[in-house]
Design a protein around this ligand. Structure first.
Ligand SMILES: [Fe+2]
Ligand SMILES: [Fe+2]
Length: 171
């Protein structure tokens, strides 16, 4: 189970809605996935059933997260990008997602008892950690410059809805 610790917007009476900023949700997704990687690392090679189970959670979390970024957050970023650096930032992110997806697909068909499985899981983790560092260290900072609070809140609302629909435990 992923616990995102995110509040739903208050759709109650009145004009004021408490939206959650898109970047906060995406960072929480990152933290959840990192925690799953740590959990899987703490397991011995013999705990293959549990490793497989955690991998399935990682797989789902990364798939849903990538999808909301690719369909909601990245397009908004791309639209706002004003220079080569910003355009490359988002293009690079799409490429990194492609690599992550490729490794997820490989792992889905690898026997969790094998050393190949451990190797692929390690590579997946490296790919994800690098990507997350790039997003949090550069891309999200650019996004904060490009978009105002309201826009980030609207994106956040859409992201939260999609994640919930996809079955991530968004609270
Ligand atoms: Fe990403
Ligand atoms: Fe991300």
């Amino acid at each position: 189970m992923l616990h995102l610790g995110i509040m739903h917007p208050i759709n109650a009476v009145g004009k004021e809605q408490a939206f959650v900023d898109a970047i906060k949700i995406l960072k929480q997704n990152h933290a959840d996935v990192k925690a799953l990687f740590e959990e899987v690392e703490g397991l011995g090679d013999r705990a293959s059933a549990r490793r497989k189970q955690i991998f399935e959670e990682i797989d789902k979390a990364l798939t849903v997260h990538s999808q909301v970024e690719e369909t909601i957050f990245y397009p908004a970023f791309k639209e706002r990008a004003e220079n080569r650096e910003e355009r490359l930032e988002v293009l690079e992110a799409y490429e990194e997602h492609t690599n992550v997806k490729k490794m997820l697909t490989e792992l889905e068909t690898t026997d969790p008892k094998t050393e190949e499985y451990s190797a692929r899981l390690n590579v997946l983790k490296e790919l994800v950690l690098h990507h997350v560092k790039e997003e949090e260290g550069t891309m999200f900072k650019m996004a904060r410059e490009m978009m105002d609070r309201e826009e980030l809140a609207q994106l956040g609302e859409r992201i939260a809805q999609e994640e919930e629909k996809a079955g991530l435990d968004v609270r």
